[in-house]
Design a protein around this ligand. Structure first.
Ligand code: SF4
Length: 290
């Protein structure tokens, strides 16, 4: 990846943004598996052409800085930190680096930086899945894991808002814990096999034939259906399906249903491969001609 420096920030920022990560054939990291297959493959294929400005990577650098500081501290008893693991899954290798493992409590820990909205919404499924993958890897090499734990540092926390709003996180750090069962390990193994099957097929396809990222992978909540009244701008109610909206209109009134198209929030701002994605490029063209 080419790192640019439009603001002329000190070299230290550029050095920190530059990664010496080397893609290896048939090897995928835990974090790459959590993205859509299209995004993962496009990122690998076009790695040397993708450009990112260091000013656009500040929160990524902040996360790295937090990791580096915590990684330089001594571990407690029964703890060991930041190990790079590799596990074979069929003809592929899964790689990943967890932040901390406690052999006594059988807990794997990851440090994260996040926005306050992540905590307010409380949807931690992605973190649960990521920690389960580390847990699976540790277990595969003989270290039992019963739970995953994320230590989340809330980078935009406001003390004053925490005093005013009931649903606002009280502190700028949160511990989120997941308990894992034997079934979780069976399920994740199946998920990994399916994911690598999907990757094996996708690797043979040209860019424009790669399977489209799912709505979830595009951070798209899907189309919404607003029950509207004539001469009124605001919707009476917004629902997830047309059927639900029709039913609600029948019971509660309203003149018509307006379809509100779901928005791909990831593609324009959070996908490094978007320049090479024919789906996204088509979306831009359509928006310009609309
Ligand atoms: S631009 Fe969107 S659809 Fe294309 S690879 Fe990225 S996330 Fe997937």
């Amino acid at each position: 990846m080419k790192i640019t420096n439009k603001l002329g920030l000190p070299q230290a920022f550029v050095n920190m943004a530059e990664s010496d990560y080397q893609y290896k054939d048939k090897q995928y990291s835990v974090t790459s598996l959590l993205k859509g297959v299209r995004e993962t493959i496009l990122e690998r294929r076009h790695h040397n052409e993708i450009e990112q400005d260091v000013s656009d990577m500040i929160w990524l650098l902040f996360g790295t800085a937090v990791h580096n500081i915590l990684d330089h501290q001594d571990e407690g008893e029964h703890e060991f930190k930041e190990e790079y693991l590799k596990v074979k899954i069929g003809e592929y290798t899964l790689s990943g680096r967890f932040d901390l493992y406690n052999a006594k409590t059988k807990t794997v820990t990851d440090y994260k930086t996040c926005s306050v909205w992540k905590i307010i919404f409380g949807d931690y499924e992605d973190w649960k899945q990521q920690l389960l993958l580390y847990a699976y890897m540790l277990k595969s090499i003989g270290f039992p894991v019963e739970r995953g734990e994320v230590i989340a540092i809330v980078k935009d926390h406001s003390k004053s808002q925490s005093k005013r709003k009931a649903d606002y996180p009280e502190l700028p750090v949160k511990k989120v814990t997941f308990e894992y069962t034997e079934k979780d390990f069976i399920d994740i193994e199946k998920w990994l096999e399916e994911k690598f099957d999907e990757i094996a097929k996708a690797e043979k396809l040209p860019d424009d034939k790669l399977p489209l990222c799912s709505l979830e992978e595009r951070f798209n909540d899907g189309d919404k259906y607003a029950v509207m009244k004539k001469n009124r701008k605001r919707a009476m109610r917004v629902l997830d399906s047309k059927e639900d909206a029709e039913k609600w209109k029948e019971q509660n009134g309203g003149d018509f249903i307006e379809v509100r198209k779901g928005e791909d929030k990831k593609c324009p701002d959070y996908c490094r491969a978007n320049r090479f994605c024919n789906y996204y490029q088509q979306q831009i063209k359509e928006e310009k001609t609309a």
